[in-house]
Design a protein around this ligand. Structure first.
Ligand code: ADP
Ligand code: MG
Length: 564
């Protein structure tokens, strides 16, 4: 055999491994889920690559994941006949932290204050492979990239470095990856068939590659394969054959989320384009919801073959939706570039987007409480659609919920229904928080007339109000945008001031007000464009407003902030 090279882990990997080894994770089971999910990914990658190069799998066309253990030696092995890794890939994938998600995980863990130990974060952040060191004090990886002449062995005890060497002939597989975990003394029970079966059932029953457990048959003295899962795709089954539990497992496996799906959407579209959809709305925010790249997470399959998770099937404002779309019509060996403006994919995108929005609408009607908590998690994201997807704006307006001066979770329809006599616009106020907005003197005149005002505190709000033409024929208007709209709207009778001033007093008052205005104008000079007597205030003496037809003040602030 060739030489053994010693490589150091990237500093951040060492930090992560230290955590894995020393932190007491309450749920160590998930290491197996992570390794199985990597094995399944590797099979799906090769299945995809073999579409254009069938030689890669001709000797062994049936993908599978094989688990085996040796109770005496205290080892547990996960083996796959997937794509495998070259020497360079072993170094890149198992020695560095390429993914920002892992870094985000480390940050999150560092300021983890809610008492949980972070094991729930592992799947979400996809730091999968390294979790093997939670249960093993040594891990050995033997891998051969499909089609390569050489296989490589990677060994580490998780302390600072790993060793790479050409794999010994007796260890080298025809293709794929074998991972052997030398279990820590206190974790030896993970070699028991009973616990392996349980973990696979709990976490991996919907992996799209069959999983087998190899076991020595005491009587015959032969190794026998026991099928743990059949690798069939859940979405191909009919709804009535699937339990809620199975949907949940699939959601958690495929999304790396640990919550329950708030909504499960499973259907098959037939007609001009045929495809299946299994989509989930999470209950809680995924950690990368506000990542600048705003990537969606719908996986595209073509006739059960995984193609890409990069196809942008849903618009960015629905990026929190998880799941798969499986097309019957897209050509299997389509290239990534061709996929971008493939008319079939465009039709699918349109269909799935509309379906998800209409399911959301249904949910809003049927289960107000559930919808409200969904809105709290994802409302700020959905609102991006109000300016990015003008075609669906009206559909989105039916979903949007507002905090207003009248209450929480108000719809625009409710707003319009409660409009005052002579009120022609929908008023809003922008600000950093609901509390900050409510403290603004600009609301006073509206409050005094009991005119409802939308309190817009998400940063997207400043954008959509600029472009949305209106709702139900009523335009959106900022409370800070001058105007004398309020003159037309009467104050409620009870609050009207009793007018017992004499005409003489009134004239005097007018005169001194005019003097005051002149004084203020002269003092402020160029800094203001006008100074006016206003109807919008009730208790505060003055406030600053924007011109009727200029940008809103909060929007101006935002733009200035972005430039500076
Ligand atoms: P993730 O799966 O989120 O990418 P992991 O830490 O689980 O992160 O794995 C890191 C990388 O190592 C994978 O992206 C993949 O490239 C590679 N890898 C891990 N296990 C296997 C395997 N069984 N076969 C091929 N490649 C693998
Ligand atoms: Mg992984």
């Amino acid at each position: 055999a060739g030489e053994t090279e010693t490589h150091s882990f990237e500093a951040e990997v060492s930090r992560l491994l230290h955590l894995m080894v020393h932190a007491v994770y309450s749920n160590k089971d998930i290491f197996l889920r992570e390794l199985i999910s990597n094995a399944a990914d590797a099979c799906e990658k090769l299945r995809h690559e073999a579409l254009t190069n069938s030689d890669l799998i001709k000797d062994d066309p049936d993908f599978k994941i094989t688990l085996s253990s040796d109770g005496e030696a205290g080892t547990l092995t996960v083996c796959d006949n997937g794509i495998g890794m070259s020497k360079a890939e072993l170094i890149d994938n198992l020695g560095t932290i390429a993914k920002s998600g892992t870094r985000a995980f480390l940050d999150q863990l560092a300021n983890n204050s809610n008492g949980d130990d972070g094991s729930a974060l592992i799947g979400q952040f996809g730091i999968g492979f390294y979790s093997a060191f939670m249960v093993a004090d040594k891990v050995e990886v033997v891998s051969r990239r499909a089609g390569d002449s050489e296989a490589w062995s990677w060994v580490s005890d998780g302390h600072g470095s790993y060793e790479l060497s050409p794999a010994a002939d007796e260890d080298a597989l025809p293709r794929g990856t074998k991972i052997v975990m030398y279990l820590k003394d206190e974790e030896k029970s993970f070699a028991d068939a009973v616990s392996i079966r349980r973990i696979v059932r709990d976490y991996s029953s919907h992996v799209p590659v069959p999983i087998q457990l190899m076991q020595m048959d005491e009587e015959s003295g032969q190794l026998e394969a026991e099928d743990l899962t059949d690798g069939s795709a859940l979405w191909t089954k009919s709804k009535s054959d699937i339990t809620q539990e199975q949907y949940k497992d699939f959601y958690q496996y495929s999304s790396g989320q640990f919550d329950e799906p708030a909504l499960t959407i499973h259907y098959r579209a037939e007609g001009r384009t045929e495809y299946s959809v299994l989509a989930f709305l999470p209950e809680t925010k995924p950690f990368d919801l506000f990542d600048p790249n705003r990537k969606g997470r719908i996986k595209l399959y073509v006739r059960r073959v995984f193609i890409t998770d990069d196809a942008d099937i849903l618009p960015a404002y629905l990026r929190f939706v998880r799941g798969i779309v499986d097309s019957e019509d897209i050509p299997l060996n389509i290239s990534r570039e061709m996929l971008q403006d493939n008319p079939i994919l465009t039709a699918i995108s349109k269909g799935v987007t509309n379906r998800i929005l209409s399911e959301l609408e249904k949910m809003a009607q049927k289960d107000e409480e559930k919808f409200t908590s969904l809105w709290e998690a994802f409302g700020a994201v959905i609102k991006e659609g109000l300016y990015e997807d003008p075609e669906r704006r009206d559909q989105l307006f039916k979903l949007v919920r507002f905090n207003t001066t009248k209450g929480e979770n108000r719809t625009l329809a409710q707003y319009v229904e409660d409009m005052k006599e002579n009120q022609t616009s929908i008023y809003y106020a922008l600000g950093d928080s609901k509390e900050a907005i409510l403290a603004s003197p600009q609301l006073e005149g509206y409050q005094a007339r009991e005119v409802e005002v939308l309190l817009l505190a998400d940063s997207v709000d400043a954008f959509w109000v600029q472009t949305a033409l209106g709702f139900d024929g009523k335009s959106f208007k900022s409370v800070s945008q001058g105007g004398t709209d309020l003159d037309a709207i009467e104050k409620p009778k009870a609050e009207e001031e009793t007018d017992d001033k004499s005409d003489e007093d009134k004239a005097k008052e007018q005169g001194s007000l005019a003097e005051l205005i002149t004084f203020v104008k002269e003092t402020l000079g160029e800094d203001v464009s006008d100074v006016r007597i206003s109807n919008r205030l009730a208790t505060s003496p003055v406030c600053i407003v924007a011109p009727d037809f200029g940008p809103d003040r909060q929007f101006e602030k935002l733009m200035r902030g972005q430039k500076g």
